[in-house]
Design a protein around this ligand. Sequence first.
Ligand SMILES: Cc1cc2nc3c(=O)[nH]c(=O)nc-3n(C[C@H](O)[C@H](O)[C@H](O)COP(=O)(O)OP(=O)(O)OC[C@H]3O[C@@H](n4cnc5c(N)ncnc54)[C@H](O)[C@@H]3O)c2cc1C
Length: 391
Amino acid sequence: MTDADRVVVIGAGIAGASAADHLARETDAEVVVLERAAEPAGETTARSGAFVGFWGHESAATVPLLRYGIRYYGRLLSAAETEPRFVHGGRLRLATTAAGDDAIRTTFESDFNQVIRESTATETATKGAPVQYLSGAALDETLVLPGLATDAVTGALYSPGVGYVDDPAALARAVLERARAAGATVETGTTVTEILTEAGRVTGVRTTDGRRRADAVVAAAGPWNRRLLDTADVTLPVRNTRGPMLVLDTDEHGLPALYHEETGVYTRQNRDGSLFVGHFPGQYENASVLDPDAIGDDVPDARRERSLDAIARFLPGARDATVADEWVGVRTVTPDGDPVIGPTDVDGLSVLAFNANGIQYAPAAGRLVAADVGGFDPGFPTTGVAFGRLR
Ligand SMILES: Cc1cc2nc3c(=O)[nH]c(=O)nc-3n(C[C@H](O)[C@H](O)[C@H](O)COP(=O)(O)OP(=O)(O)OC[C@H]3O[C@@H](n4cnc5c(N)ncnc54)[C@H](O)[C@@H]3O)c2cc1C
């Protein structure tokens, strides 16, 4: 993609915003973002839990990319006029059964290559940030956790570096503003219907508004990427999972984010007291190909009951709280759990696809695409996230 004159970015979520920002600031290309909705960042990005930080299970391929993202967001969110706020608080992955505790210990020992000794909390500085194993007994003498039923917890992993961006749609809009300030154009209300190619090279896109010529095209259309790339005969081997979110009206104290090992139910305590209750159904083997246009915003009753029953085990006070809002987002998941970022088999056509956590990796994805177009080194290794590894 080196020396592209005109780059079309499809989609104005956090991925498209980051691509536009990096391309506009770091290359000479003319950058045009095409977004089908009337407003940017209203899809997966707006529905996200938006946690960012080292959890402890990052792969060797993604640690340097996450370091880049942490630096990027740290700088972006330091600017006084940016609307979104970063909220620290850490994350507790907690088990409430002996089997769950075993699973947590096994994960910790294999992820960090350390043996947990009986009743000792272990800390490590490898993999980007410290993560601590806490036995159920050690938990309530290590952290103040009002409202959490610590006696029900059999073991936990504490990742103090994890926090969240309180408004991920505003985050993407702030990134798009930077892109615009550096010369990028953002056109909303324009749907790309086909990626156009000739002799194995991208030539542009067809839109509801006519044809657009391009030297390079970046597919940043979230869960719509797969369908879009099909039009250029590129198979993106990703699947999807539903991301249901309930917003509970609670008056709990500030707690770290909680992830329940046995059920995949997780929470995010917001500054206004409300509690997000999400569900993570697992990775690629638990995923399927979904049509994102066919997923409504109502959390199915059975899912709602299961999520509320799960939090009753460790946050009893929240069980009967009113559900003030709800939605369902569509995650993309990849076969090996790492993102797919960069050039495809069609010359000039790149893709930005994540394994669930695109807020974390969008800055590095944007940097990688800009480095490819501009012909410079992104500053971190990229083979572990390359499209070609999945061919
Ligand atoms: C419930 C939930 C919780 C999550 N929690 C986290 C988390 O804690 N941390 C984290 O890092 N990530 C999290 N994620 C994942 C993260 O939100 C996504 O990886 C990220 O938002 C993807 O951004 P995107 O820009 O690729 O996609 P999107 O935000 O979906 O943006 C794609 C854009 O492309 C547009 N588009 C689609 N088709 C076309 C077309 N044909 N023409 C033009 N425009 C088009 C769409 O309208 C949309 O605006 C979560 C996701 C969900 C659903």
